[in-house]
Design a protein around this ligand. Sequence first.
Ligand SMILES: O=C(O)CCC(=O)C(=O)O
Ligand SMILES: [Fe+2]
Length: 290
Amino acid sequence: MQAAQRDFFALPLETKAKVKRSINNPNGWFDDEYTRRTLDLKQCFDFFNEKSVIAADQVTQSGVIAARNQWPEGQPIFRDVMETYFGEMSRVSFKLLEAFCSALHIPLDSMHGLFDESHTSFMRLNFYPPQRPGEQRMALNHHTDAGFFTLLIQDPEVHGLQFHKHGQWNDVTPELDAITVNVISNDVFKAPVHRVLPPQSGKARHSAPFFFNPKPDAVIQPHPAFVTPDRPPVYNPIPWAKFRNQRYAGVEMQDCQLFQVNTIALLRWSAIALLPCTGQLPWEQLLALH
Ligand SMILES: O=C(O)CCC(=O)C(=O)O
Ligand SMILES: [Fe+2]
């Protein structure tokens, strides 16, 4: 998978530009991502679960989330490898959902209502070019991920990912053949803020997050197990597909987080019970969850 990713980003710019994402289709290649209103120093390639298309259209009727994947011409192996990897990540994610429920002492199928084969998960391939002399900007500016949870493959040699905790930035050093599970916060009700430094060793850096997301019509709201008279629901329920479209349309992150925090934190919190903070699971251990 990582070799196929490297080969893709080594393609000529014109080839990649033919599958550039657009205002109507968030999938494909791009080099113009703004995070926190600042241009990131990276190229990306996004693709998603096309089985979510029909269900998403029924919720939003907008066509944004319902756009198709764009695969580069003449690269059948790239497509094949990525689709296979995506399928594996989906399978692992469904297993992790149950593991999270188990850690929370709620029925193992508690989250099944939010996910089915139309889950709107997507995969992002990141390419960060080496830092240019005098360049001060971040490769990827600080942010929280909007999905339910993230399974990240990092470049084992070129580091750069950091998370913010107790007022300072901390490195997430990659382990060989490990997946970094994005539960890197002990702030129970906060998604972890993280960023990526530009590669400083003269080498480019690659990473590949898989964002596991609910089905389009899943209503995102606090799980009943966490609503008590002392802790009433703070955030309004919203169908997931509407939330996604708002975010893609550029709605301010703070507004979106109003909707995401409780539900996402539910999983992040439970995951912390399973994994050490900045939990990196050896790849084989993760697959053993099957
Ligand atoms: O490159 C990384 O290690 C992290 C990437 C990331 O945070 C993202 O794409 O949302
Ligand atoms: Fe991220």
